[in-house]
Design a protein around this ligand. Structure first.
Ligand code: SF4
Length: 345
């Protein structure tokens, strides 16, 4: 008898595709969902024009009602500070435009790995995103072109890992993901499939049994790197989504961006590591902000970042302390930044 209400509740949930379609795109919808007036929301129409507001209701549901400074809200709200010019901030902060390979959608930055921009779409528009001005239109691919690009990559014997990035690659239909995974499995070298995604965080219902079947993680190495920045992003549904991935055989890692006013605090990061670990995901990278135009108000200095990491390292075992790293245009790997154990206490 007790199973009936739960079954009913599950059946009444919208599919991930419907949740995506119904995502919030206007400040009035957002303010109404948060119990704020439009005037209380520090919203900028000009910033919204430059990079549109987009956030799924499942993510908004984790924001604190009535709080215009909520750390989840601040990640997605177009604010007036984005319109201020800032020295050193540009549309291509990591120098990607010089790295486009001859094949559209392929970026080859580091040895042994190649990155495929699987789609230009995202389920959420994060205000600090370094690809907010990426020319997705010039680099979009049909399924056929995507598979041809993978064949080209696999012809290079040095490639041992194919990374799907975006946009958000989990917006591809399961059939397209299955075709990519199959192509990689067909290679005798044993290619790792890595997927960078924010979807399991913002719409946890994206992690379906059909998605796991498409990736076949029991048959090949599959790494999913999710992206969460604050412990409140990991609620019950998110944790279950991460567990479903892990239980399916996927290695689940998390990367965060260090953001002023959101997670520039060792206690917040420690709690995030705890939540991720409890759900079966390991903290992997904590990135310094890429200096994309419109994001200067999120910047944390390297000195302060080292102190925060030093404090975090004093609070948690090493496996719960992500690597602090910065992307350096033209470098052949990310530059890791050592914690400051002295200034951190
Ligand atoms: S989901 Fe990822 S790619 Fe999309 S806007 Fe956010 S950070 Fe950028």
């Amino acid at each position: 008898m007790s199973a009936a209400p739960q079954t009913l509740q599950l059946h009444s949930r919208h599919s991930w595709q419907e949740q995506l379609q119904q995502a919030i795109r206007t400040p009035s919808e957002l303010s109404a969902a948060l119990g704020l007036t439009l005037e209380e929301l520090p919203y900028s129409a000009a910033a919204d024009d430059a990079f549109p507001l987009l956030v799924p209701a499942a993510f908004v549901a984790r924001m604190e009602k009535g709080n215009a400074w909520d750390p989840l809200l601040r990640q997605v709200l177009a604010v007036p500070q984005e319109n201020l010019p800032a020295e050193g901030f540009s549309d291509d902060p990591v120098g990607e435009t010089s790295l486009y390979a001859d094949t559209p959608g392929v970026i080859q930055k580091y040895q042994g790995r190649a990155l495929l921009v699987a789609t230009g779409q995202c389920a959420v528009n994060c205000r600090y995103c370094f690809r907010r001005s990426y020319p997705y239109g010039d680099n979009s691919q049909s399924s056929k072109e995507r598979l041809a690009a993978i064949d080209t990559l696999l012809a290079d014997p040095s490639i041992g890992e194919v990374i799907l990035s975006g946009g958000d690659p989990l917006l591809l239909p399961d059939a397209s993901l299955a075709a990519i995974a199959r192509r990689l499995r067909g290679n005798t070298r044993g290619i790792t499939l890595r997927i960078h995604t924010r979807l399991p965080i913002v719409i946890p219902d994206r992690v379906t049994a059909s998605l796991i079947d498409a990736l076949m993680p029991r048959e090949q190495r599959v790494v999913v790197v999710v992206h969460s920045n604050h412990p409140r992003e990991i609620d019950h549904d998110t944790a279950r989504a991460l567990e479903r991935l892990r239980d399916g055989g996927v290695t689940v890692l998390n990367q965060s961006v260090l953001l002023k006013g959101i997670n520039d605090d060792a206690d917040v990061l420690a709690e995030l590591s705890d939540q991720l670990f409890a759900a079966g995901a390991m903290p992997y990278y904590l990135h310094m902000l890429d200096k994309v135009a419109g994001s200067a108000h999120f910047e944390v200095s390297e000195l302060r970042a080292r102190q925060i990491l030093g404090q975090l390292a004093s609070k948690r075992p090493g496996y719960l302390v992500p690597k602090l790293a910065v992307e350096v245009p033209g470098a052949d790997s990310k530059r890791e930044i050592a914690p400051d154990y002295v200034g951190g206490f």
